[in-house]
Design a protein around this ligand. Structure first.
Ligand code: SF4
Length: 76
């Protein structure tokens, strides 16, 4: 599967960050383990959703952070 080269969008762990994935509209909390989650904010080069596993949901951020909730329409 093609992976985009988007170095500036790399996830980084920043302990205590206020812009964590939990607050980000692109984050989806793991239903069984809220400390983990997935990010659906990235697209691959073929414009498919590039899901990424977030191991530390409360302390991970990236340059794509956007506060808010994702509405159902924006999912597609
Ligand atoms: S866009 Fe960045 S901050 Fe938002 S959920 Fe994805 S990885 Fe986390």
């Amino acid at each position: 599967m093609a992976q985009p080269k988007a170095r500036s969008l790399d996830l980084r762990v920043e302990p205590g960050t206020g812009n964590n994935c939990k607050k980000c509209k692109w984050g989806i909390e793991d239903p069984t383990n809220p400390a983990m989650g997935q990010c659906i904010g990235m697209k691959t080069r073929d414009a498919n959703i590039w899901k990424r596993l977030i191991k530390d949901y409360y302390n991970t951020t990236c340059d794509r952070f956007e506060e808010g909730e994702l509405s159902f329409r924006e999912h597609v």
